[in-house]
Design a protein around this ligand. Structure first.
Ligand SMILES: C[S@@+](CC[C@H](N)C(=O)[O-])C[C@H]1O[C@@H](n2cnc3c(N)ncnc32)[C@H](O)[C@@H]1O
Length: 183
């Protein structure tokens, strides 16, 4: 029987140092409570009988890193998540950015892409899309793959529409564009 609380704080610190020195990924600023939960979970799912075994795997098998990152990262996202932020962007920031010849926006942790697509919609509605370049990156290869497909579950539509309206959107998320995004 695997101990469901296999991860101890001091061991976790050692693992984070290993990952930083071996792979250059720095998880040291992540919420310790959330990391601990996720490390315990990965030990359970991948059947590591001790934390040392997980550490050994990461230290000796680079091909395990993507799997580890997929389990460790928190990928919660929504279109127009935090509508007030998007309203401020729409009403106050884009009009200023629009006075520049070229706009570049970097979504540094884009998850499955909802934030990047929301920004693209705002830029399109402000007639700035043609002179904009959006970069969307993420440490987790699985979510990036989903982001590049631009396909979102149908059951998210109502929430995303509500967020969009609260962000000052005057239209509906275009049905034809949206149908292409639905599975
Ligand atoms: C909670 S999601 C937020 C997604 C989106 N930015 C939003 O606000 O809706 C955080 C994302 O950041 C990514 N992430 C975490 N650390 C990262 C790092 N060091 N470099 C790139 N992406 C990272 C995670 O994989 C996750 O998909």
């Amino acid at each position: 029987m695997i101990d469901p609380d296999i991860v101890k704080e001091d061991e976790m610190e050692l693992l984070l140092k290993d990952i930083f020195s071996l792979y250059d990924y720095d998880f040291t600023q992540y919420s310790k409570a959330s990391l601990k939960r996720r490390l315990n979970r990965i030990c359970m799912i991948d059947k590591f009988t001790s934390f040392a075994e997980l550490r050994y795997k990461l230290n000796n098998d680079a091909s395990y890193l993507p799997r580890f990152i997929e389990e460790i990262t928190v990928n919660v996202t929504e279109m127009f998540r935090d509508p007030h932020f998007y309203k401020t962007l729409r009403d106050h920031i884009l009009p200023v950015l629009g006075t520049h010849p070229f706009i570049r926006i970097w979504v540094a942790g884009c998850s499955t892409g909802e934030e990047a697509y929301s920004l693209a919609i705002l830029l399109q509605e402000a007639n700035l899309y043609h002179k904009s370049l959006l970069y969307a990156t993420d440490i987790n290869p699985g979510v990036l793959d989903k982001a590049s497909k631009g396909i979102f579950p149908k059951n998210t539509l109502a929430q995303y529409e509500e967020n969009y309206a609260l962000s000052g959107g005057k239209k509906t998320l275009h049905p034809i564009m949206y149908l292409a995004m639905i599975w």
